[in-house]
Write a protein that binds this ligand. Structure first.
Ligand SMILES: Cc1ncc(COP(=O)(O)O)c(C=O)c1O
Length: 456
């Protein structure tokens, strides 16, 4: 079969800059030498010989002007550009208020702190996430309690939440991990029943929706990350959204030294009213954010179309189990495209062998997260001066905690099954998706040869 690969890369002014509108324009022929039936790892032709869309993307014509305007204004600390970004983010998310902060980690830290989730409290969270979801709980002095995942959706399993609720449970942190929405309707019904606060970690889930309502707007607060690799990149950046004015005023105050809501950067003697710190976004970051916002909806649609197509192309390959979205999901963010790999259907070829073979085909992929519920940070936190001071011994007995917080489904996902493609692959063309499917099919057909050759 003659394999075509399309590169969707444009060069501007000598700099390697990819522009959204160029995605489906330019193309080159793939390296067509060699046997396309033989896996690339065994010397055959690569399934994808082209270049994947680079990340981040910016448009020199429009975006660089925004940044230069900020520089030339001489106003670099928080002012009108940051406010404009916050207003636009609140609008696109469908929330009354938005506060930008330095990153997603501090969005979570702030939201939890200003909802008074802290010392003495237990917070229910998935073990299948990035460390910041957990560290923000510990940072505030609360204890993370892990709810195992539903391996089909990769999300916190709502059916396992109630068994973890104790008199100390104060909140749930649903993490819309990989950009796929949690089952928020189910989670909110449990939270309402048990009067629990909900802080959504939507740090990977910009514009993801359940019944056309954006994730981040279901609970008391929603948090986002705008770090460089994210679908909405600013270098660094984060945001909190909520409809609760009093809470948002406190968050603002906290992010600006504890000075009252509305106090300005550079304002002296503002009447500091609460313990605060400094987490302000700069005007530069907001300018980049506004530029990125202009293309986020279109990119999100492209990722959804490509993810759906790729899912269909690979779902019938034995041993490949793509993610499942909950029925009420109307849009996902697809920060990552996940599937489960079952080596039994690949003649016993290990996941790491499969990943190496897929990478050799020209398809970047990874095995994803390690088990967070077993990270040393938990034991070390429990053994720290403050945890010992604030908690009775029985509540920070790490050995018991480790047993109570074992998550067998998560363990399998992390150590055996999960495979990810990153969001930028999903900005490729339909034929790029075909190349991925072709590569996986090829590996499946030749699994025994790959396994033998590499003594896997
Ligand atoms: C699920 C999740 N939560 C929180 C964060 C923290 O965001 P940041 O890196 O902007 O601090 C991230 C970032 O990767 C994340 O993926």
């Amino acid at each position: 079969m003659n394999r075509r690969n399309f590169i969707k890369k444009s060069m501007f002014g000598g700099a390697s800059i990819l522009v959204a509108s160029s995605f489906n324009n330019s193309s080159v022929w793939a390296n067509t030498k060699g046997d396309n039936k033989l896996p690339a790892i065994l010397g055959g032709q690569k399934s994808h010989a082209g270049v994947w869309p680079a990340w981040p993307i910016w448009n020199p014509k429009t975006d660089e002007k925004k940044l230069l305007d900020v520089m030339r204004s001489g106003v670099w600390s928080r002012r009108n550009t940051v406010t404009e970004f916050e207003q636009q983010w609140a609008k696109i998310i469908g929330s009354k208020r938005c506060l930008s902060v330095v990153n997603g980690t501090n969005a979570l830290n702030t939201a939890l702190a200003q909802l008074e989730i802290g010392w003495g409290d237990e917070v229910l969270v998935t073990p299948y996430t990035f460390i910041a979801s957990i560290s923000s709980i510990l940072f505030n002095g609360a204890i993370p309690v892990f709810v195992d995942v539903d391996p089909e959706t990769f999300q916190m399993d709502p059916n396992k939440i109630e068994a973890k609720i104790t008199p100390n449970t104060k909140a749930i942190v649903p993490v819309h991990i990989l950009g796929l929405p949690c089952d928020m309707e189910h989670i909110m019904s449990i939270a309402n029943k048990h009067k629990l606060l909900v802080v959504e970690d939507a740090c990977q889930a910009w514009l993801a929706e359940i019944n056309h309502k954006k994730v981040g707007t279901f609970g008391n607060a929603g948090c986002y990350s705008f770090q460089n690799s994210k679908n909405m990149p600013m270098g660094e950046g984060g945001a909190i959204v909520s409809d609760d004015d009093a809470f948002m005023d406190r968050c603002y105050s906290f992010h600006n030294y504890g000075n009252p809501y509305g106090s300005l950067a550079g304002q002296f003697s503002a009447g500091t009213s609460m313990i605060g710190t400094k987490l302000r976004l700069t005007e530069y970051q907001a300018a980049i954010g506004l530029a990125q916002l202009a293309r986020l909806e279109e990119q999100t649609k492209t990722r959804n179309v490509n993810a759906g197509y790729l899912r269909d192309q690979i779902k019938d390959i034995p041993g490949i189990l793509p993610y499942r979205l909950y029925d009420n999901v109307t849009q996902a963010a697809f920060h990552l495209f996940p599937f489960r790999y079952q080596k039994e259907s690949f003649k016993g070829l290990s996941r790491s062998g499969f990943l190496k073979a897929l990478q050799a085909e020209g398809v970047p992929c990874s095995s994803g997260y390690a088990e967070l519920n077993k990270m040393p940070v938990l034991k070390n936190a429990f053994e720290s001066k403050y945890f010992k001071m604030f908690y009775p011994k029985r509540r920070i007995n790490y050995e018991e905690y480790a047993i109570e917080n074992s998550c067998p489904e998560n363990e399998k996902l992390c150590n055996e099954h999960a495979v990810w493609f990153s969001q930028s692959l999903l900005l490729g063309s339909k034929s790029d998706m075909d190349n991925i499917a072709f590569a996986i099919n090829k590996i499946h057909k030749n699994a025994d040869k790959i396994k033998n050759k590499f003594n896997d």
